[in-house]
Ligand binder design. Structure first.
Ligand SMILES: NC(=O)c1ccc[n+]([C@@H]2O[C@H](COP(=O)([O-])OP(=O)(O)OC[C@H]3O[C@@H](n4cnc5c(N)ncnc54)[C@H](OP(=O)(O)O)[C@@H]3O)[C@@H](O)[C@H]2O)c1
Length: 281
């Protein structure tokens, strides 16, 4: 059987400086792709880039600055990407946070909603033209098994009764709703979009989510290489070339929660997201 190669393919991965994103970058670099990673910390980004090159012998690894908690930074990053590359074959929306303390993004929006949901929503929309022009192209969203519940439209930023768990769950439900609706919008364009749950992995996620969560990650989590297996599969396998709008766990399609299959909810969330982004998309 011939080995999958991503030679001449361009992959953009957000938050590739640690955990699952870094392992995904490493795995896809080994398949000879051109990897464009994003970092919010230039020094850490440069260190990661050197480490990835050394461990894969693939020199085609680039690092762009992007703070997903800032619309301005996302717009600048997409502009920079487009000035350097005219194709994008795989976009992996990986970056994510989980805070127990309520914080706000650079735009004054609750940070988990901004970083985990609105950031990928904006970035994907800004790169859609390039993705469509690179068809076949794939979009992969890192969501979570913790996506149960619904969208708290009355107080989407949890200004009252903030809970880090509920904010995180909502952001991941939002990403599944986004995946399912975007798949419909992208029909016949040659671009697919899927999402996945990487399982529990020992990474930096949850470092700000309290002692109990840290203990759970530490005692039950797996090596992020395991979590990255599904993102690498979704980015590279011919098996999923024509599959779109699905939720994957351990490289298999799984049914997510009832709410995440509700297209009315997805349309409602899309409309709210567009309001946040004003004239950006
Ligand atoms: N670990 C798990 O068990 C698990 C389970 C389900 C889903 N997930 C999801 O998997 C994805 C990867 O998480 P991980 O576990 O690998 O966590 P991680 O080790 O903390 O990595 C998260 C990455 O996102 C970046 N990031 C965070 N906030 C950012 C921002 N504002 N702008 C730009 N980049 C930002 C981080 O950058 P820095 O290096 O600068 O912090 C890091 O590169 C996340 O979406 C997470 O929700 C993880």
């Amino acid at each position: 059987m011939s080995k999958t190669t991503l030679k001449n393919k361009i992959v953009l991965i957000t938050g590739a400086t640690s955990g699952i994103g870094k392992e995904t970058a490493r795995g896809l670099a080994k398949l000879d792709a051109t990897i464009v990673c994003t970092t919010r910390d230039k020094l850490k980004g440069e260190k990661t880039r050197s480490e990835l090159i050394a461990s894969t012998n693939n020199e085609k690894i680039d690092m762009l600055y992007c703070d997903l908690a800032s619309f301005e930074s996302i717009k600048n990053c997409c502009k920079e990407f487009k000035s350097k590359y005219n194709k994008l074959h795989v976009l992996i929306n990986n970056a994510g946070v989980w805070d127990f303390k309520r914080r706000e993004s650079k735009d004054g929006i609750e940070n988990i909603f901004a970083t985990n949901y609105l950031g990928p929503f904006l970035m994907t929309n800004l790169l859609l033209d390039t993705l469509k022009n690179s068809s076949p192209a794939r979009i992969i969203n890192a969501t979570s098994g913790l996506h149960y519940g619904t969208i708290n439209f009355d107080d989407i930023e949890f200004k009252h009764n903030y809970s880090g768990v509920r904010a995180y769950r909502q952001s991941k439900l939002g990403l599944i709703l986004f995946t399912r609706l975007l798949a419909k919008k992208l029909k016949e364009t040659g671009a697919t979009v899927n999402c996945y749950h990487p399982g529990l992995n020992i990474t930096n996620l949850g470092r700000d989510a309290g002692r109990f969560s840290r203990l759970i990650f530490k005692s039950m989590g797996k090596d992020p290489k395991i979590g990255a297996e599904t993102s690498i599969y979704l980015a590279s396998s011919p098996d999923v070339e024509n599959i779109t709008g699905e939720y994957f766990v351990k490289k298999k399609i799984k049914k997510p929660s009832k709410e995440s299959c509700d297209l009315n909810l997805a349309n409602q969330l899309w409309a709210v997201s567009k309001k946040y982004l004003k004239n950006d998309i």
